[in-house]
Design a protein around this ligand. Structure first.
Ligand SMILES: Nc1ncnc2c1ncn2[C@@H]1O[C@H](COP(=O)(O)OS(=O)(=O)O)[C@@H](OP(=O)(O)O)[C@H]1O
Length: 534
């Protein structure tokens, strides 16, 4: 019998693609990994998608623009999407689609159509590229890409996380908006991370970290002297709730799954080697960390909070675990949640989703510090894709040997390096706006090698406008930044030394085919990386 509804026009069939996770995978998803479930979206049946899709995933400020431009300008078979207009060529034009990292998401047709204007999507000799550098740190983006392009290829450029952070801060500074000091941003983020148990980092020895009490006294003497403990309240509350005997059912369940995860994770063939090596390190730090963690808990509560309901003390080692990477950052995802960039004014994600929850409310979206925790980001991507789908490049190497890196990237994308044009050449792609040539710009802007340095006072706009060759470098807005923030930079180098080590171990586990070589520089080359405004 026909109902009123059946009488209506047939609705287009909506297929939501939950993200596919290999049922045989030895890597388990945690409850906090649910953002994959929230990443579903509609794939229309009639949408035509590129047969071969590749992404430069990040990291932001690691030379992604240079690489993207060189690949798409100099290789006839590596195709960027078309620009809407020449004015928007460089920002959100051809390079950064920002499609998989936003909610609400536009229809896939919207994503595909600008690629379709640039080349035949079904031509399997063409590789289409999206160079959005925030994808790497957004777990939900990985889920979505998995649903649409499970066989995509990924290029990941990684730069020393400290100079990367400074470069990002400088861009924001130049970009306008709120001019917050670099050390202030770092400090706030560190607090935020600790508040979410998202740091492997041992709690600071009081006077040794830039985000320590002493540092805060210097930075904000008024606030700190009025209520010194307010500074630590939130992070410690989290710790307390985690270890209090009257743990909620959720916490108990979570703990159970966490242990399972640790076991399953350790048995994953890819990560096993890395984990084996890491565990010795973890054991080494556990003791000192335990004492510090204990201290902090006691300080806040005024009593011992480590008692089990039956009066037993929890083993110290278990507390220490919370600061260890394997358990402390039990899931990269839980420390980034299902973060997305929210498009302003729109409030839709999907059935039952709470948009606000995923829109940078839990963590600051700037993520100066988090963006540099590459190893955890990569582990997440490696949960969803095969290692051979990744090429991971040290930014240092690209600086020194750009042509060799380009060749490697071209081969990795399955293209022939014999078709690569010399530097400065622009392949005219179908439908693409003509790119400007490699000539020095107006207003004293000069090309230095492949880097464009704007010498004008309002550096950013000019740097963008002057971007007449691949890659771009922004003048350091605050010429004294390196001196002013020397202490914070120094502390950041210490902070990253552990995750960097873990990164190198993961790279070792992946083997030479990952593309990774060398290490990050131990210090920033003074005055070299950051030109100042003349
Ligand atoms: N060929 C080459 N090799 C190595 N590094 C290079 C290259 N070209 C540009 N750059 C440096 O890359 C920084 C900009 O990175 P991105 O293009 O990824 O920035 S962005 O994320 O798109 O905003 C930017 O860093 P800073 O100058 O420190 O800001 C550029 O100097």
């Amino acid at each position: 019998q026909l109902t009123e509804q059946d009488d209506q026009q047939p609705q287009p069939r909506t297929i939501y693609h939950p993200v596919w996770i290999d049922p045989n995978s030895t890597i388990a998803l945690l409850p906090d990994d649910i953002c994959c479930e929230h990443s579903y979206f509609h794939i229309p049946e009639d949408v035509v998608l590129p047969k071969r899709m590749a992404f430069i995933l990040g990291a932001q400020k690691s030379g992604t623009t240079y690489l993207f431009d060189e690949l798409t300008k100099r290789h006839p078979n590596i195709i960027a999407r078309t620009a809407v207009s020449e004015a928007k060529q460089y920002m959100l034009g051809t390079k950064e689609a920002h499609y998989f990292d936003q909610i609400p998401i536009y229809g896939l047709k919207h994503f595909a159509e600008r690629y379709a204007k640039a080349g035949d999507l079904l031509n399997s000799s063409l590789t289409f590229m999206d160079g959005t550098p925030s994808y790497l740190m957004i777990p939900s983006a990985a889920c979505r890409i998995k649903a649409v392009f499970p066989d995509a290829r990924f290029i990941v450029l990684l730069r020393d996380p400290v100079s990367r952070a400074l470069s990002q801060w400088n861009m924001g500074y130049l970009w306008g908006g709120k001019k917050t000091a670099f050390n202030r941003l770092v400090h706030d983020e560190m607090k935020e991370l600790q508040g979410h148990n998202c740091t492997f980092q041992p709690p600071c020895k009081k006077d040794q970290c830039p985000w320590s009490m002493d540092y805060l006294f210097n930075l904000q003497p008024d606030a700190a002297s009025k209520d010194p403990f307010s500074i630590f309240t939130r992070p410690l509350k989290r710790m307390v709730s985690r270890f209090l005997p009257q743990a909620t059912g959720r916490n108990a369940a979570r703990h159970h799954i966490t242990s399972q995860f640790a076991t399953r994770n350790a048995s994953h063939p890819l990560l096993q080697a890395a984990n084996d090596k890491t565990s010795a390190d973890n054991e080494a730090v556990a003791g000192s960390v335990t004492a510090l963690a204990d201290d902090d808990i006691r300080t806040v509560s005024g009593k011992t909070l480590l008692e089990e309901p039956d009066g037993q003390h929890r083993p110290r080692a278990e507390i220490a675990l919370s600061w260890r990477r394997a358990d402390g950052i039990q899931s990269w995802n839980s420390c980034f949640k299902c973060s997305f960039t929210c498009k302003q004014g729109l409030h839709w994600t999907g059935p039952g989703d709470d948009v606000q929850h995923y829109c940078g409310k839990l963590f600051s979206s700037q993520a100066l510090v988090r963006r540099g925790l590459y190893v955890y980001q990569l582990e997440w991507w490696l949960k969803l894709f095969k290692p051979e789908q990744f090429l991971i490049i040290n930014h240092e190497e690209m600086k020194k040997h750009p042509e060799a890196v380009l060749d490697r990237a071209i081969s990795f994308l399955g293209q022939s390096i014999s078709l690569k044009h010399p530097a400065g050449h622009v392949v005219q792609q179908r439908g693409a706006t003509k790119l400007r040539s490699n000539q020095p710009g107006k207003d004293g802007q000069v090309n230095k090698g492949n880097l464009v340095i704007a010498r004008s006072k309002d550096g950013l706009n000019h740097a963008f406008l002057a971007k007449n060759s691949s890659g771009w470098s922004l003048p350091l807005k605050d010429a004294d930044a390196l001196t002013k923030y020397a202490h914070t930079l120094e502390e950041l180098y210490k902070f990253y030394s552990h995750p960097n080590k873990e990164l190198y171990r993961l790279m070792e586990a992946l083997g030479p085919s990952s593309g990774w070589t060398g290490k990050f520089p131990a210090r920033m080359a003074e005055g070299k990386s950051f030109p100042t405004i003349a």
